[in-house]
Design a protein around this ligand. Structure first.
Ligand code: SF4
Ligand code: SF4
Length: 436
């Protein structure tokens, strides 16, 4: 059986079985069983939607922490551009980068620099032509997983490049190795992440045997200490700075804007992404060159592991984009490794369809028949009180043998009523008792 790593976990003690999360999960990965939520691992894409949804804080994301830096001799922080949106525009990015070094990192490398390289690779790829239209961004790991499990027929539409954070990690490692003369095993590379899907992608990389990243630390986990560590004097982080082209990837539309002038479509929020992918699968968006698809509303600034409201974050990013921009640094060493990095021997992304009923075709056909018949008997209210997200999902669970028709409260009521009537009519047939 395939072993999964998932950053998103249930805290059973806090779960009240309220069913709020099961209705919002984009892959129908949650069931309520014995009064508690249960995540079906093969379906979960770590989008974090259930973390946002649960008012009882019964869902959380596992990430690494600053203490894990002690595993390595030399540690590099890879701040997601979204980190900058957690601070007012009066806090320069240089101060945030210096603050990270004060927290214990030996060096900082902006993920936005990786994004600049990926933008360039995608521009070259689209200019060459011959790709499956529309090409789809591979930057958001939750979207890539959604395609793997729900839309495997669209895998060839994904652009064949690693996400900016992986590219940044490889570049940062290479720089540290060449400039500091370090042994690769002594270098720890830590992504400061806005979302659990990125944590999962570190432990279970997509399109690669192994990630170049050692671990991921949630923005929400590091924010308080970072705030206290911000330098009060103007600071120089002593690292090549990214331009607004890379930093802009934090907000939805930022990636597509670096690819102009192509015909692109920007879609954010996982359910809207799912609807759009339905349309791609139907062949209705062939005239579009490129789709930027992001699981979180507003883009990475809306990630569940951030601390700032996404509208505030968006306004801050706009403000930063209008401010003084760093001049692009032509770093010869980075240029030298660029081609090697973008053609990183990426593995094919494997389809992982989880919606099929059975590997055996005859079994699958018979289960589909059971499912359809069962669905016809269910009330069609999609209320979720059975613990499955919809009547269709319950019918499927029944066909798979993991639920029963009486899990539906309406069917249970019918059954109780029928039993009561049967008992009444049996009682009427009873012979009179001897003492009457
Ligand atoms: S939203 Fe889901 S995880 Fe949270 S209490 Fe309700 S059932 Fe449990
Ligand atoms: S993280 Fe997303 S896919 Fe996984 S259980 Fe939660 S809502 Fe569903």
């Amino acid at each position: 059986m395939k072993k999964y790593f998932h950053s998103v976990r249930l805290l059973p003690d806090r779960c009240k079985g309220c069913v709020s999360c099961i209705k919002r999960c984009p892959t129908e990965a949650i069931r309520i069983r014995s009064g508690k939520a249960k995540i079906i691992e093969s379906r979960c894409i770590d989008c974090g939607e259930c973390i946002r949804r649960c008012s009882n804080h019964a869902k959380s994301a596992i990430t690494d922490s600053i203490e894990d830096l002690s595993r390595f001799r030399y540690n590099i922080a890879l701040p997601a551009p979204t980190l900058y949106a957690q601070f007012g525009a009066d806090t320069p990015i240089e101060a945030i980068l210096c603050g990270l070094k004060k927290l214990g990192f030996d060096a900082v490398f902006e993920v936005a620099r990786g994004a600049e390289f990926v933008s360039r690779a995608i521009r070259e790829y689209l200019a060459k032509g011959g790709y499956c239209r529309p090409a789809i961004s591979s930057a958001c790991p939750a979207v890539v997983r959604l395609i793997q499990v729900n839309f495997p027929e669209l895998i060839d539409h994904l652009v064949p490049f690693a996400a900016p954070v992986e590219v940044a990690a490889k570049l940062a490692r290479e720089l540290a190795r060449r400039r500091e003369g370090l042994n690769p095993s002594d270098i720890g590379v830590w992504f400061i992440t806005p979302c659990p899907a990125k944590m999962t992608a570190v432990r279970q990389p997509l399109g690669a045997e192994q990630s170049h990243i050692s671990g991921a630390i949630a923005i929400s986990k590091i924010y308080g200490d970072l705030l206290k560590s911000l330098p009060t004097e103007p600071a120089d982080p002593a690292c090549p700075r990214a331009t607004h082209l890379g930093v802009g990837w934090a907000v939805s539309g930022g990636e597509a804007s670096t690819l102009a002038p192509i015909h692109s479509l920007v879609i954010d929020e996982i359910h809207r992404v799912s609807e759009a992918l339905d349309q791609v699968a139907l062949g209705k968006l062939k005239h579009v060159d490129y789709i930027e698809a992001l699981a979180c509303a507003g883009g990475c600034i809306g990630g569940p592991l951030t601390v700032e409201n996404r509208y505030v974050a968006e306004e801050r990013m706009q403000h930063r984009a209008q401010g003084k921009q760093p001049v692009p640094v032509e770093d010869e060493m980075l240029e030298a490794v660029y081609r090697d990095v973008v053609d990183d021997g990426r593995l094919a992304i494997e389809p992982q369809p989880v919606m099929r009923m059975d590997d055996d075709i005859y079994q699958a056909i018979s289960k589909v028949e059971v499912m359809e018949k069962t669905l016809g008997r269910l009330p069609g209210l999609d209320c979720g009180s059975c613990g499955s997200p919809s009547c269709k999902a319950l019918a499927e669970d029944i066909a798979q043998g993991i639920a029963s028709e009486t899990d539906c409260v309406f069917k249970l009521r019918e059954k109780v009523r029928d039993l009561a009537q049967e008992m009444v009519s049996l009682a009427e047939k009873l012979p009179p008792s001897l003492n009457k």
